[in-house]
Design a protein around this ligand. Structure first.
Ligand code: HEM
Length: 206
């Protein structure tokens, strides 16, 4: 490192967490609660349990589709539309002979504004934890060609595909209020999924 770079690297900036690290930190407990609730469903104990989980995934990915397809977001983040796992999750439902679930109205998800980046963070991040779910799905005979397509790694590699998204999000230039809107969007996305889990658990208890 030369002298000029050292002088330029003020400690406050050099030590600042990346946007993604900040998002991960500020949604840690949100993630833990959805993780716990999903595990309570015991989705990999049987195909019937898995189908309950799959319905929620379908509703989430369907509701997220307009964000993946948004023109302005695709300009900011080239290749975004191709990241949607809606088609994969639809095929998984068909594989298991499940009816298309209702739910996840567009009204619940912002259709404009920078908070959508926070929603996308949650949806994209869920493909990381999916590595564990994918392994567990093999135990009930599901995989990349049947039933668990949406949990499979991307052909580029799960880690590499995620890191491309991370680089894009970290590279966005946002002011403080936009930064907060992204955080709020991520919390709202986790709340959306938590709500799906709560409704599903209540329905199953009846
Ligand atoms: C039983 C269910 C789940 C388990 C066991 C699980 C597990 C994990 C694990 C282990 C990671 C870290 C992976 C890594 O760093 O390599 C992760 C990341 C993540 N998961 Fe989950 N997850 C679950 C469900 C979900 C759901 C339903 C969502 C979204 C609705 C979600 C959103 C995320 C996000 C956003 C990240 C990225 C965190 C980051 O690195 O910034 N997860 N998950």
């Amino acid at each position: 490192m030369n002298e000029i770079t050292q002088v330029d690297l003020k400690p406050s900036l050099a030590d600042a967490p990346t946007r993604l690290a900040d998002l991960k930190q500020s949604t840690r407990s949100d993630h833990q609660s959805v993780d716990d609730m999903v595990m309570e469903m015991a989705p990999f104990d049987s195909r019937a349990n898995y189908a309950r989980f799959l319905r929620l995934q379908y509703i989430f990915h369907k509701a997220m589709l307009p964000l993946y397809q948004a023109k302005d977001l695709n300009q900011l983040m080239p290749g975004l539309a191709a990241r949607s796992r809606y088609d994969a999750v639809s095929k998984d439902l068909a594989d298991l002979g499940c009816a298309i679930p209702a739910g996840g109205s567009r009204d619940e998800i912002p259709q404009t504004g920078i908070s959508r980046i926070g929603w996308l963070y949650v949806c994209e991040g869920s493909s990381l934890g999916a590595a564990f779910l994918f392994k567990a799905a093999a135990g009930i005979g599901l995989g990349a060609d049947f039933g668990a397509r949406h949990l499979a790694a991307h052909s580029d590699g799960r880690g590499r595909h995620w890191r491309e998204f991370v680089t894009q999000v970290n590279g966005l230039s946002l002011d403080a209020s936009e930064e907060q809107a992204v955080r709020d969007g991520a919390c709202a996305a986790f709340a959306f999924f938590r709500n799906l889990l709560t409704v599903e658990a209540a329905g199953n208890a009846n």
